[in-house]
Design a protein around this ligand. Structure first.
Ligand code: XMP
Ligand code: MG
Length: 187
């Protein structure tokens, strides 16, 4: 899927495909340097992290296992509340493992804060976070994101795993949607 397939649904491209790919390579380089000789377990958070997980894992030279969690955070509308429910748990026992959480975006950080304390209670040898995108509100969260791709403005973004009503995940870039998609202008 590309820009042309979106017609006038797209407001703008925020991060082009080439920039995403370059950043993922850069992150993989940092992770390789930090995890050399260790037994790395990547934990992707479904569904948004699917694209960065797939690209990041293939850029790594470090052998890495992959596992997945699906969580839903209760909240009103687009705001998450920090009350999280596990929809799909890990298949892997992470006791004494070097775990790296791979996320699409940190907004309020409430979902990741909950995930970190949940996973930490399982006794991993180490636990770090890699997030492709970070919104301004995330600075208020007491969250140490070791690997961060891009700081973005406080706008709702889609593409490269991120969706609006389950659509647009398969765009190779990150962008914003025209107001009419949200029904904003009555079109
Ligand atoms: P918190 O606020 O807990 O939320 O950090 C993180 C989760 O909220 C979703 N989210 C978005 N999804 N475009 C999306 O498609 C966005 O702009 C956006 N902002 C937050 C996402 O699932 C993330 O894991
Ligand atoms: Mg997510």
């Amino acid at each position: 899927m590309d820009e042309k397939d979106l017609g006038d649904d797209l407001a703008k491209v925020l991060i082009p495909e080439a920039d995403l790919q370059a950043k993922v390579r850069e992150l993989a380089g940092q992770i390789d340097a930090d995890y050399a000789g260790r037994d790395l377990l990547l934990v992707g958070v479904l569904k948004g992290a699917v694209m960065i997980m797939a690209d990041l894992a293939r850029e790594l030279h470090t052998p890495a296992s992959m596992d997945w969690m699906a969580v839903s955070s209760y909240g009103s509308g687009t705001k998450s509340s920090g009350v999280v429910r596990i929809l799909k748990d890990l298949d892997t026992d992470i006791l004494d493992r070097d775990v790296l959480i791979v996320e699409d975006i940190v907004d309020s950080g409430l979902t990741l804060s909950w995930l970190v304390s949940n996973l930490r209670s399982r006794g991993p040898a180490s636990l770090e976070i890699c997030a492709l995108l970070r919104k301004p509100e995330a600075v208020q969260a007491d969250l140490d994101v070791k690997y961060i791709g891009f700081d973005i403005p406080n706008e709702f973004v889609i593409g490269y795993g991120l969706d609006y009503a389950e659509r647009y995940r398969n765009l190779p870039f990150v962008g914003t949607l025209a107001p009419h998609v949200y029904g904003g202008d009555g079109a």
